[in-house]
Design a protein around this ligand. Structure first.
Ligand SMILES: [Zn+2]
Length: 420
């Protein structure tokens, strides 16, 4: 075994162990606080709801622990005993060339997806169902799987052909062109996703006329957002979890409310949720996220360049020198690296969430925002007592207690009282 291969194996195992350890901490912390509602929520959340949230978090944490351990074993199995025989089959049936490289990548992805399927089935039809969240029928589940797979093939196969063709045509500079191509695809997806991809899975209807719409529209115009951008999505088709999100850019930008969210919140709370989403828009968070993705992708392509070089990554594992194999290995080796980056990425995301909360507070006041956050976390059975290290590592949104504590503080740089 070469040093590079050994380092990759060690990284995969350590990353898996870290993932299991952090979930163990999360489980222990939630269990330790199961019998008492935190003081800040004493009036808002009943002990019964608090216990249910703890049980839900524990069940999900256990499932995630099993999935992480399974994933690490599977990755090591691919690298040690899986890829060589799979490649031998491809060699028998396909001449050396682009098609063989693409076929190997597609086969590994499909088999990998099949092997993960028991976890998604268990999660949807046992765990989520047990806590009353699942609304997806087996029919919806199967259709989702087939549609996602078809989309992935439709987009992924041409991109893989393009990547490997570029590599062959320009052995020295392919990665810069590939990077430029990836950026074009990313920008196109931002426009295509809300308009074409998301509607394949859900219905999006403009918010119905009425008191709510006119109130929300005046908030939109106050923030300089075109009023065509408000949509309601039939999330209740799959799950009872409530949420709202912001997507797209330029003319394609829209704010999407889950129907499950509209059903449970007061007008003031929905207004505060909209104000929060507008905060993301006004404060340039979408642009920041894109810039981050573009930077990470550049690093990714630089690493791919090294992996594809002569006697590159595949050879380190005693595998034939095929860019398809090198790409698979890089994707597998990239997971531990991304795992180590997750505290930084989560922190950046949480910082943006705090900023959007401040923005909402300045527009609609504190009370509605606090009410919305409390209700959202209660209805989604989010734990109020996560482990500190765990949430610092993984939470894209700050724990609800921290968000409310910040809302209760004066905003940084806020105008002194009495000044507009
Ligand atoms: Zn947000």
């Amino acid at each position: 075994m070469t040093l590079t291969a050994a380092a990759i194996y060690v990284a995969i195992v350590l990353s898996g162990a870290l993932g299991v350890y952090l979930r163990y901490r999360q489980g222990a912390c939630v269990l330790a606080h199961r019998e008492r509602v935190p003081a800040d929520f004493a009036g808002e959340v009943s002990l019964e709801d608090h216990r249910r949230a703890a049980d839900y978090t524990l069940a999900r944490t256990r499932l995630a622990t099993a999935a992480i351990a399974y994933d690490a074993v599977l990755t090591v199995a691919w690298l040690t005993v899986g890829l060589a025989p799979l490649y031998a089959v491809a060699e028998q049936h396909l001449a050396p060339g682009l098609t063989r490289s693409v076929a190997v990548v597609v086969a590994v992805m499909l088999i990998g997806h099949m092997l993960e399927l028991p976890f998604s089935l268990f999660s949807t039809f046992r765990l989520e169902a047990q806590f009353g969240f699942n609304r997806a029928t087996p029919g919806v589940f199967v259709r989702d799987q087939l549609q996602t797979g078809a989309l992935w093939l439709l987009l992924g196969v041409p991109l893989l052909y393009g990547l490997f063709a570029l590599l062959r045509a320009m052995p020295d500079h392919w990665w810069l062109f590939a990077y430029a191509g990836a950026m074009v695809v990313m920008m196109a997806m931002i426009v295509i996703y809300p308009a074409i991809v998301a509607p394949l899975f859900n219905d999006f209807v403009p918010l119905a006329d009425g008191a709510m719409k006119s109130r929300l529209e005046s908030l939109l115009s106050k923030c300089g957002f075109e009023s065509k951008g408000l949509f309601v999505m039939d999330a209740s088709k799959r799950s009872a979890h409530g949420n709202a999100y912001f997507s797209g850019m330029g003319k394609a930008k829209r704010i999407v409310f889950f129907d499950t969210l509209l059903a449970k919140h007061s007008l003031e709370e929905i207004e505060s949720i909209l104000a929060h989403e507008l905060g993301h828009f006004k404060l340039g968070h979408i642009r920041q996220r894109l810039l981050l993705a573009a930077t990470l992708a550049l690093v990714g392509f630089a690493i791919l360049r090294w992996a594809f070089a002569d006697g590159g990554l595949a050879a380190q594992f005693g595998l034939p020198d095929d860019p398809g194999l090198a790409l698979i290995i890089i994707l597998m080796a990239g997971e531990p690296a991304l795992h180590l980056l997750s505290p930084l990425l989560s922190w950046l995301s949480r910082r943006a969430e705090f900023q959007a909360d401040y923005f909402a507070k300045a527009i609609v006041g504190k009370e509605a925002m606090v009410g919305a956050l409390t209700k959202l976390s209660r209805d989604n059975l989010a734990t109020l007592t996560p482990d500190r290290l765990y949430w610092q590592f993984y939470y894209s949104h700050p724990p609800v207690g921290a968000r409310i504590a910040r809302l209760n503080r004066p905003a940084p740089g806020a105008a002194p009282a009495g000044v507009d």
